[in-house]
Design a protein around this ligand. Structure first.
Ligand code: GTP
Ligand code: SPV
Ligand code: MN
Length: 636
């Protein structure tokens, strides 16, 4: 295995001279600081005592060559880009404005769920009682002594010869009452640059910390090993969370949710624990504003599992005339009922880390208008004119270099771009970013959609009869496995609320928390289950999807206004004949798209029962058994 080049000393000097950023203080200086002598490094002196203690402890453990506290400036970003080019970690894409290509180690391409753990005193805090002492599909438990041992086996000296970056970041607009602060320590400049896009980082966050000192400690190292330009340690990768201590520790991977710790680790796993404690919801949901032809605007949140269409719906170009869709967020929603009983949502992120394959002018023109400036592409294919390409973008030009850096041979059937290749772009660049996307109080949510990839049996759209039924729909969600995690094949997996990989606590308790949202005086959003992915016998999608999904949104919005006709079915309410606008759609088999095959649904009920029993047991709220019984009775 090739070794990662250490940062040349003179580079650090040059960078600090020319770009006015001190990319690191010397080891001697921070060791002086550790000994309690006069602090020489003004960067460390500017930290609040708690942040400084975290930095000093991490430095003592990881033994970096330099420490650099990120200020979030453009000069700093420029210096990072220069450094990464020098290291061979990033390549400029001259076809676009400030766009970059990263190629990972081929063993570090997605989230690793099997190596992701939640630590707590009691196993039952994390995993439902039915799985005590066994492997759970709803989260991996790790006991405190094991947690400590895993850290001790990996971190001592892991940053030798490298710079340790300190990234103060805010999830949500800096200073918003719904926002939360974290500090990520990492040895990866790629992570620093990506965090700068995906969150709000730098001095303004440190300022905010001076008012309220609490923050989530995030320690990350890519570890030792990996290929040229992409250090990592895939064999020993581990992602650890200790919610009770507001702590996240991640080792061995530089990719996505494994390393950009504000995203899934903080905003969802720790976020869900905070949300439960404080009475709100941290969810794997997009947020969109939809304006109808009468000019009425409502916001919708939607939970679909990874790589199941959130970014696409969040930026959708509606085909129905007179409709307008605006984007608030494409992956995560933090939602809280306000004093008027309205559910308000913020997007805690600042950018999009979106799936590249399948993105095109036809499917997602707004994403195409977003990503060709100030973007880091990871594991996409490169064209001979310094641009990018991926499957589903359009006709492949000649002379493509694949995601591994090899000339691509289309006849070989291996993909040019990795199926989980992604773009990382600032949200503000999206042409349809909502005017309220950074609103401190959040946007009001009228409807919640739930969905997944269901090739058979599951109708295009079904409305829940009430909140409890909606919670059951979420609990019973299933979807075909995708490339966003390490799963292979197309098995249908249970993925309740699209949160299976992201629960920070016992799923049974999570369901009780959702049920507890129903309180007098609250305007509960309507809940719907959607499925854009039903196929015919030939394996062809029955529904055109993408912009045509606006037809479903049209029905959803009309249901919110109590304007649209519905029919009761065993599964819930569906559009009455003619209530779903299919004008101009051509030949669509609506009958098959909405069919509810009895045998399928009896089997589905059995699968849900088995899942509830095996995975949740006594922790399952009794309301879920009531709903399952109703489903069985209705289908019979
Ligand atoms: P994460 O970022 O992993 O959480 O994924 P996501 O939920 O944001 O998924 P995304 O919108 O990136 O879509 C993933 C894949 O699904 C892409 O290849 C899309 O082209 C495809 N897709 C999205 N919407 C539709 C749709 O309505 N119909 C069909 N057939 N495919 C879709
Ligand atoms: C997902 O897998 O749901 C993602 C990508 O959004 S990651 O940031 O890797 O979690
Ligand atoms: Mn996601």
């Amino acid at each position: 295995m090739m070794h990662f080049k250490t940062i040349p000393e003179d580079y650090v000097r040059k960078a600090s001279q020319c770009a006015q950023v001190a990319l690191g203080c010397s080891r001697a200086a921070h060791q002086t600081a550790l000994r309690g002598a006069t602090v020489v490094n003004p960067q460390l002196a500017a930290l609040t005592p708690k942040v400084r203690a975290f930095v000093e402890r991490s430095a003592a453990l990881c033994q970096p060559e330099h420490v650099h506290v990120c200020d979030g400036s453009d000069a700093e970003a420029g210096a990072l880009l220069q450094l990464m080019q020098h290291q061979g970690a990033l390549k400029r894409l001259p076809k676009y404005d400030n766009c970059w290509l990263a190629r990972t180690d081929p063993a570090d391409v997605a989230r690793v769920e099997s190596r992701t753990f939640i630590c707590s005193e009691q196993e039952r805090d994390v995993v439902p009682v039915a799985r005590a002492g066994q492997k759970s599909a709803l989260g991996n438990y790790i006991a405190p002594p094991d947690y400590d041992r895993e850290v001790a086996e990996r971190f001592p000296g892991c940053m030798r010869g490298r710079t340790m970056y300190v990234i103060p970041f805010s999830m949500g607009p800096v200073g918003s009452p719904l926002s939360k602060i974290g500090v990520e320590i990492t040895d990866s400049p790629y992570v620093v640059y990506s965090m700068r896009v995906m969150t709000r980082i730098g001095s303004k966050v440190l300022e905010a910390l001076r008012k309220d000192e609490s923050f989530v400690r995030c320690l990350h190292s890519v570890g030792t090993g990996g290929v040229q330009g992409w250090p990592c340690d895939p064999q020993r990768t581990i992602i650890l969370h200790r919610p009770a201590d507001n702590e996240i520790v991640s080792y061995g991977s530089g990719y996505g949710g494994n390393s950009l710790l504000g995203k899934k680790c903080f905003a969802l796993r720790l976020g869900s624990v905070l949300a439960r404690r404080e009475g709100w919801l941290a969810e794997h949901m997009l947020i969109v504003g939809v304006t109808d032809p009468k000019g009425r605007k409502r916001y919708i949140a939607a939970a679909f599992p990874s790589a199941c269409g959130k970014t696409n719906l969040a930026m959708m170009t509606p085909t129905l005339p007179g409709y307008k869709v605006e984007c608030v967020g494409d992956d995560i929603a933090w939602m809280k009922f306000d004093e008027n009983g309205v559910l308000r949502a913020i997007n805690p992120e600042n950018g999009f880390f979106g799936v590249a394959p399948g993105t095109s002018e036809a499917t997602n023109p707004m994403a195409m208008a977003t990503v060709f400036k100030n973007t880091v592409f990871t594991n996409v294919a490169e064209t001979s004119d310094g641009g990018v390409w991926w499957e589903g973008m359009g006709k492949a030009p000649e002379g493509i270099t694949d995601w591994k850096g090899q000339p691509w041979d289309p006849s070989k059937k291996t993909p040019a771009a990795h199926p989980n290749s992604r773009f990382c772009s600032p949200a503000e660049q999206c042409p349809i970013i909502d005017e309220n996307w950074e609103s401190a109080e959040g946007v009001p949510i009228s409807a919640i959609l739930l969905g997944g990839r269901r090739p058979s049996g599951v109708p295009l759209v079904v409305e829940a009869r009430d909140w409890q039924h909606g919670v059951f729909m979420g609990a019973a969600m299933r979807s075909e496995a995708t490339a966003a995690a390490e799963h292979s094949g197309k098995v249908i997996m249970h993925d309740p609320f699209a949160m299976r990989p992201f629960f920070g606590y016992n799923f049974g308790e999570y369901l009780k928390h959702w049920l507890s949202m129903q309180k007098p005086g609250r305007q509960l959003p309507k809940i719907f289950h959607v499925n854009w992915f039903r196929k015919d016998e030939q394996g062809k999608f029955l529904w055109p999807g993408f912009g045509e999904n606006s037809r479903v949104l049209d029905w959803v919005l009309k249901r919110c206004e109590n304007e649209s006709a519905y029919t009761e079915t065993p599964l819930g309410y569906v559009p009455s004949e003619g209530a779903l606008n299919t004008e101009g759609l051509g030949d669509i088999d609506m009958k098959q798209l909405f069919s509810i095959p009895k045998d399928f649904w009896l089997q589905e009920a059995d699968a849900i029962e088995k899942y509830f029993k095996q995975e949740v047991g006594e922790d399952l709220p009794k309301e879920m058994w009531e709903e399952l019984n109703k489903l069985r009775k209705n289908v019979h």
